[in-house]
Design a protein around this ligand. Structure first.
Ligand code: C5P
Length: 227
């Protein structure tokens, strides 16, 4: 069998990372959650006062980019890689609603996208990788052997994200989550640089009513036809 590149794109909270992690495990591939990278840059911007709910100094953030170092470290116990920002584990902070509310603004900035896309392409240069995000099949790996585009109803997605946050003990309400999911989709789909669009050669997967097992089996058969 040969190693391939698997690109998974789609709207917020469509279960991209769940399926991507499973695929990577099954195939012994690297899994990269690119959303975590945009989230970590956003956390850095918040910590340094470059962004808040009502202001965004993107120029100063861009000037500070060389001081932002992102890395993933595999956690054996959890079975997936955790995000490190300048050497600190930020896995929990980057999933907060505060970061979720600002991340799409940060992800609009071309200079930031350029840096992260370069790093993502480097991680995938030897193939054997499953990467999820918004522009993987269109921009990061336009030649990926398998491109999936995940969709699900806004309600299903918000419910999923709501459960995740409640399970880890965050105080959030469902309305706030639903609004955030819809607002991010709107910004991500309409931005100028690398908007969220389905690649021409991507396969669309609506998993609103599909169980994880069925999804995984269907996708594995697509993979097996390509390796
Ligand atoms: O995947 P996740 O929901 O964690 O991504 C958070 C945000 O990061 C997205 O809403 C989007 O604004 C941005 N993003 C992006 N390009 C990617 C991955 C994420 O613009 N490849």
């Amino acid at each position: 069998t040969k190693k391939i590149t698997i690109a998974i794109d789609g709207f917020s909270s469509t279960g991209k990372s769940t399926i991507a992690k499973q695929l990577a495990k099954e195939l012994s591939y690297i899994y990269v959650d690119t959303g975590a990278m945009y989230r970590a840059v956003t956390l850095y911007a918040m910590q340094h006062g470059y962004i808040s709910e009502n202001h965004f100094n993107s120029e100063d953030l861009v000037a500070d980019l060389p001081n932002i170092s992102l890395s993933f470290t595999f956690n054996e116990k959890l079975g997936f890689a955790e995000m490190f920002l300048n050497g600190t584990n930020v896995e929990k902070e980057i999933r907060s609603i505060e970061v979720s509310k600002l991340v799409s603004k940060v992800a609009e900035v071309s200079e930031i996208r350029k840096k992260l896309v370069r790093e993502q392409q480097e991680m995938g240069k030897n193939k054997g990788i499953v990467m999820d995000g918004r522009d993987i099949g269109t921009v990061v790996f336009p030649n990926a052997e398998l491109k999936l585009f995940m969709t699900a109803s806004a309600d299903k997605r918000a419910t999923r994200r709501y459960k995740e946050l409640i399970d880890r003990g965050d105080k959030v309400n469902y309305e706030e989550i639903l609004q955030n999911v819809q607002e991010r989709d709107r910004i991500d789909s309409t931005r100028e640089d690398s908007p969220l669009v389905m690649a021409d050669d991507a396969i669309e997967f609506d998993n609103s009513d599909m169980g994880l097992k069925e999804q995984f089996e269907r996708i594995m058969s697509l993979v097996n036809a390509r390796i």
